[in-house]
Structure formats: structure tokens, C-alpha cells
Design a protein around this ligand. Structure first.
Ligand code: SF4
Length: 702
């Protein structure tokens, strides 16, 4: 099926069907849902990103719709330490409104915080930002996307003047001659994407992967660079060093389309390949082969993902790779460029419409007077009444319940008890709150701590839009109504706004919210003003920016100019620095985290799907057989991974795919297997990204 059969349909008493997209990752694979009488059947749909493919998570997504763990009534906790009990909606909403009023009267407006998610639709992300700034008047709103794409976003903004994960359609991968993936494992995280890589390989193109582990993606590569975690920046600077010494610089492009190259040239001059080999473990010959493969072909693409980005120097690491792409003249040429593989389902749209601490809709800055005046005009409020910027996600959570932090928190679409770095600390902060509200459709680990839990609709029960990893705005279409007792987040926000203010009501109809979002974004970097649901329905989505209803959208950015004041991309000189927590005698190993094919993010959803549980039943600790022999650990034996912040316990999985100085654990499981009990909360100074991908640990038999 193409996107032409796009609205939910029902003929007579026959089965309904809806052409929609997967609820999970940013590939947003096209799928068709059919009501079968005793459930919902998922079918794959031909869409430009997935071309008829789905992964195991997509095929089984409907298993949660009628799952026994599904919440269909609000839950209330009457006293600290008491049990959650079923409640009516009026009881739950009144309790929240009273709690918010009480906290704000005692501690001021910023004592209430909002925490959103990168899986929320554009309409919800927008409504959440407006609810925080206008209804609650708090500066404290941020979201879990801060822990996904924020380093690539910050690097893209400072180099290109805009942050769109892929500035070109995904199909461009198939047209490249060389694809360099840095810290990305799409063969496991978004398998249908590999169809585009297959196109590249069939045309004779080369895939090069930079990853400390020989992942499923790295095993398919023509060349695998296996650096020590945390040394990608040095590797990127060495590649640029080689390109310069070999005479591969695109001089005309650098002169005409960029600024700031001279300082970068001076900086990378010190990144001698032999020294970078000693630092990173990547052989000089592989560095040369990679530089040559990027620089001596017509079309080359460099992509990053969380492996390169989730570091306390993530912004600078991405910047080093953007510097390399600019020096080779890649951005803006068809089949070439730099991009970031966004992770969460609406990781792109979720960072454009105001649920980030420093941001207003349209990717505007909240400290920009002109942006404040425009958005305040759409919202019908005085610009001076809008709060200023808040703090990034981890700082927001870390301060909860302290004199400088919020005393009440409303969580939508997130499960920080499992997904936050240094998670035990975050859990203790959540327990210190006067009021914790969680909107979710299951009792996630965070919901288990809440004073009020609100049951929300699932993806197959709601209409709205998502923006995929290409910057393509898509339609999410409902197959069926939510179960009795369940509401959408938009309805919840509207009901709370009605209780908390006597001002203009918040709309709860998603189409109406999207139209308002378009007006609020007009003129901003992420301009949706020309996008309507009908326009999306008439094609395979619409790429932003799209300022005019009658004008074109923008599948490819940067063809003629960059959206910077002078139209040029900006080089920034960046230097390698060690991980925030170096290894030492007590903690002699590097620890890194990631995902497995059959689970998704904190696992609150996928751990409940029987087929996915069978495929990936629990956590594990991956370690090299040589390291295991030294530690006296055998395959399947329980081990402890201990850092300065906590420990995880899980069975050992022995593999030569990992370096002997590094151990790996997936982060989908709670409790004793929670990888984020161990991870480091050191933050990137620009993006606020925590250093999920490297810390110092010791491993012992449990
Ligand atoms: S790759 Fe991502 S969007 Fe596609 S089916 Fe899997 S989880 Fe869903």
C-alpha cells in the first residue's frame, strides 16, 4: 500500500483499517492497522523510509493495545508510602490542580516542573510547552530527548544554523559511494534502514563503521574501526589531518561556503595519525583508508548516532565530524553530507515545538525578544509573562525536592527511573517530591512512584503528526477509539488548564493544535506554517521548513546556502579530551551502554510484549573472553558491574565483538539489571547531554 490509502476507513460493518506509522523509533516505518474482531493486526506499508519492512518491535506493536497491564482508570496514592488505588478522573485532576496550586503558593511558579518525551506527537510536545509557560508559568520544562539527540542538535545549530537530523531524504544513503557510520548500529536499532545501505553496497559503495563493538552493523561493514570509547573526536581530527596532508581539501567549497577553517587547520595539524592510533587503538592504515574512502569519491555521507553523541564532549565530537564533512565539501551536495540518526519516534519534532528548556515553538530561542513577542501573540499573552529558560533534563531532575529545585513534577511519555543517568540518584529525587504525576498507559517504574497516574491513549487510538529522522512530517492515524476510562494527553492538559486558569482554554483537538503550532512556528527555523494535515495526507509527508501553504517543502537543505546570517557554514576548532571519569586501579574497565534489537528505550512497553520478551528476556553484561578468563567469569555466570555511583547485576555474555578493556550492557531493564545505576551524570557543557557512553567500572563475579 502507498501512502495514498491514508485515512482510517470503515466500510459497512467490515473491518476498519488505518494507514499509520510505527509507535517506536524515528524511522517511523509505514504500517497499516486492521481491526480483526478480536484484536488489531499490523501490516507493513511501503513508505520511503522502510520500503515495506518492519522490525520485530513494529510487527508486535499492537500487542500492547489490549494488554492486561493496560491502565484504564486513574490511580491515586492517598498518603506517602500508601498503595495506588483506582480513582475517578475528577478526583485525579482535582488532586493535581490542588497540589500544583499548593506548591506554587508556597514556593513560587517555578516549583512545578514538566518532563516530556521524544515519543510524544508534535501536537502534544507543543501543547506541553504552552501548558508549562502559560498555564503553570514555570521555566522548568525539559524532556528525555535531551538524552538522545541534543549533542548533535547543538553541533548542527552552531555549524549549519539549523538542527534537522538528516538534511536530506534517507534514500540519499543509497546514492552515496561511501557511508561512514560513527556510533550507530541501525542493523539492530532500525533494521529496515539497512535496505538503503544495501542499495549503496549493490552500487559498489563502501560502508565504514566506527564503533567500540563489532555490532551487527559493523559486521556488515567493509571496514570497521574499533576505537577506545570516548576517542571518536581524536579519530575525526586525525581523518581531517590526513585529508589535509594528502591534498584532499575542497578548497573552493571551503572558500565560498564556510568560515573559520584556518583555526581548524591549525588544530588538526597536531593530530598525527600515529599518535591517534596510540590514543584510540585505530591503526594508522585504517585511518588513511577511511579518509581516502571519504575524500576520493563523488558522494560521501557521514552519520552519527548516540555512540558518538552521548558523551560530556558529544557536541565537540559531532563538530569534529562536521568539520571533516565541510572540509571535504559534502553538505548540500546530493548523495553527500553530514547527518544524525535521530532515535526516538518523534525525536526530531519533539525538539522543535517548545518542550526544551530554552526553546519556543518553531525551534525559536526563549531568550530572543522577537521570538517571545511572536509566540506570545499566538498565545494571547503578554511576552513579559513568559518565563525565561530553564535547565536541561538531568539538572532539572537532580534538583527535584531541593531548595533550588521543583517540588512537583508532571511526567508525560517518559520513564526516567530506568532511562536517566545515575538513575538511583534520580529515583531518590523523585521520591522527595511533594507531588509526582505520571501520564502513561502502563505502570512504568516511574509511575510506580507517582502520587497520581493518568491512563493515556496509545498510538493506534489517536490522530496527530510525527516528524521522522529526515525532518519529514507524517500523519499518525487512529484505528479505534481509546478504551473507556482513557484520555489523550491533549485532553488531560486542557482539563488541567481549565482547572488552573480562567484564561483562554487549551485546545484538545489535535488538528486544531497543529494549526496553532503552525502559526506559532511561522518564521522560525523549524517553520511548519505551510503544513496542513491534508497536505501531509496528499503525499508521503512534508519536509520542514515549509513556510507557505502554496510553496514547496524542503527535502534537501543547504543546496545554495546555510541558514546562518552570512549563508555560510561555520567551522569550530575542537580538541580531544579524556572521558569525564578515567579508569583507575579501583575501576579499571570502560563501561558503555546501548540497545538490543527486540527492546526499546526503557523497555516499559517492549518488556511487556511476549514475543519480544522471548527474544530478549533480560539484561546481560558483554565482555571479551580474555577479560572473562582474567576475572574467572564464565558464559552465563552472574556478574556485578560496579561504578562510583552504583552497580548492576546480570549474566555474563562472552564475545570477541568487544574490546578486552571495555564492557557493555543494554539499558532496557530496571532493578538489579538497570545499566543506568552505573552510568555517569557528567554533562556536556553545551548540550546538557550526560556521559552515558563511558564511565569507569570494575567487574566481579556476583
Ligand atoms: S525500525 Fe523503528 S519504526 Fe521501524 S518497525 Fe522497527 S521500531 Fe518501528
Amino acid at each position: 500500500m502507498t501512502d495514498g490509502a491514508r485515512t482510517a476507513t470503515r466500510t459497512g460493518s467490515g473491518p476498519a483499517q488505518a494507514a499509520t506509522h510505527c509507535p517506536y523509533c524515528a524511522l517511523q516505518c509505514g504500517m497499516v492497522l486492521r481491526a480483526t474482531g478480536d484484536g488489531v493486526e499490523v501490516g507493513a506499508r511501503d513508505f520511503p523510509t522502510n520500503r515495506g519492512g518492519l522490525c520485530q518491535k513494529g510487527w508486535t506493536a499492537a500487542d500492547l493495545l489490549d494488554h492486561p497491564d493496560r491502565l484504564t482508570t486513574p490511580l491515586l496514592r492517598d498518603r506517602p508510602g500508601g498503595e495506588l488505588r483506582p480513582a475517578t478522573w475528577d478526583e485525579a485532576l482535582d488532586r493535581i490542580a490542588a497540589g500544583v496550586r499548593d506548591v506554587q503558593q508556597r514556593h513560587g511558579p517555578h516549583a512545578v516542573a514538566v518532563f516530556g518525551g521524544g515519543g510524544l506527537t508534535n501536537e502534544k510536545a507543543y501543547a506541553l510547552g504552552r501548558f508549562a509557560r502559560v498555564t503553570l508559568r514555570t521555566r522548568h520544562i525539559d524532556y528525555n530527548g535531551r538524552w538522545c539527540m541534543s549533542s548533535a542538535a547543538a553541533a548542527g545549530n552552531r555549524a549549519f544554523g539549523i538542527d534537522r537530523g538528516l538534511p536530506f531524504p534517507l534514500a540519499d544513503l543509497g546514492r552515496a559511494d561511501t557511508l561512514l557510520l560513527v556510533g550507530a548500529n541501525p542493523a539492530e536499532t532500525m533494521p529496515p534502514l539497512m535496505r538503503h545501505v544495501t542499495d549503496l553496497r549493490e552500487r559498489g559503495g563502501r560502508l565504514i563503521v566506527v564503533d567500540p563493538r563489532a555490532t551487527a552493523t559493523a559486521r556488515q561493514a567493509d571496514l570497521h574501526l574499533q576505537p577506545l570509547p570516548g576517542t571518536d573526536l581524536a579519530v575525526a581530527n586525525a581523518l581531517l589531518h590526513i585529508a589535509l596532508t594528502e591534498g584532499w581539501l575542497d578548497r573552493a567549497y571551503v572558500a565560498e561556503r564556510t568560515t573559520g577553517f584556518d583555526e581548524v587547520r591549525r588544530t588538526v595539524a597536531g593530530y598525527w595519525p600515529a599518535e591517534v592510533e596510540r590514543l584510540s587503538g585505530v591503526p594508522v592504515a585504517d585511518l588513511y583508508a577511511t579518509a581516502r574512502a571519504l575524500a576520493t569519491v563523488d558522494r560521501a555521507i557521514i552519520l552519527t548516532a548516540r555512540g558518538a553523541e552521548q558523551h560530556a564532549k558529544g557536541v565537540d565530537t559531532v563538530t569534529a565530524l562536521i568539520n571533516l564533512a565541510l572540509a571535504l565539501g559534502l553538505p548540500g551536495r546530493p548523495g553527500s553530507g553530514y547527518g544524525c540518526l535521530t532515535g526516538q519516534g518523534n525525536g526530531q519534532g519533539g525538539r522543535e515545538h517548545g518542550q526544551k528548556a530554552d526553546q519556543l515553538p518553531g525551534y525559536r530561542r526563549i531568550d530572543d525578544p522577537a521570538a517571545r513577542a511572536h509566540v506570545a501573540g499566538v498565545w494571547g499573552v503578554d511576552p513579559d509573562s513568559l518565563p525565561g529558560p530553564g535547565v536541561p533534563a538531568y539538572q532539572l531532575l537532580d534538583a527535584l525536592g531541593t531548595p533550588s529545585g521543583a517540588r512537583a513534577l508532571l511526567v508525560f511519555g517518559s520513564n526516567p527511573v530506568v532511562s536517566a543517568p545515575r538513575a538511583a540518584r534520580v529515583e531518590s529525587r523523585l521520591r522527595a517530591l511533594d507531588l509526582l504525576v505520571v501520564a502513561d498507559f502502563v505502570r512504568s517504574e516511574t509511575a510506580e512512584l507517582a502520587d497520581v497516574v493518568l491512563p493515556v491513549a496509545q498510538w493506534a487510538e489517536e490522530n496527530g503528526t510525527m516528524t521522522n529522522l529526515e525532518g519529514r512530517v507524517l500523519r499518525r492515524r487512529a484505528l479505534r477509539e481509546p478504551p473507556a476510562g482513557v484520555r489523550t494527553e491533549l485532553e488531560i492538559l486542557a482539563a488541567l488548564a481549565g482547572r488552573l486558569t480562567d484564561g483562554a482554554p487549551l485546545p484538545s483537538d489535535p488538528r486544531e493544535v497543529f494549526a496553532e503550532l503552525g502559526r506559532a512556528s511561522a518564521g522560525g527555523p523549524a517553520d511548519y506554517a505551510g503544513i496542513t494535515w491534508d497536505r501531509i495526507d496528499a503525499d508521503t509527508g512534508v519536509f520542514w521548513p515549509c513556510p507557505d501553504r502554496d510553496g514547496p517543502d524542503t527535502p534537501r537543505l543547504f543546496a545554495d546556502r546555510f541558514p546562518t546570517p552570512d549563508g555560510r557554514a561555520r567551522f569550530h576548532a575542537v580538541t580531544h579530551r579524556p572521558a569525564a571519569e578515567p579508569v583507575c586501579a579501583d575501576y579499571p574497565l570502560h563501561f558503555t551502554t546501548g540497545r538490543v534489537l527486540a527492546q526499546y528505550q526503557s523497555g516499559a512497553q517492549t518488556r511487556r510484549v511476549a514475543a519480544l520478551r522471548r527474544a530478549a528476556p533480560g539484561g546481560f553484561v558483554e565482555l571479551h573472553p580474555d577479560l572473562a578468563a582474567r576475572l574467572g567469569v564464565t558464559e552465563g555466570a552472574p556478574v556485578r558491574v560496579v561504578s562510583r555511583r552504583g552497580e548492576l547485576r546480570a549474566p555474563a555474555r562472552l564475545s570477541t565483538a568487544i574490546r578486552p578493556d571495555t564492557v557493555f550492557a543494554p539499558f532496557h531493564w530496571p532493578g538489579a539489571q538497570r545499566a543506568n545505576s552505573v552510568t555517569n551524570d557528567a554533562l556536556d557543557p553545551v548540550s546538557g547531554m550526560p556521559e552515558f557512553k563511558i564511565c569507569a567500572v570494575r567487574v566481579e563475579p556476583a
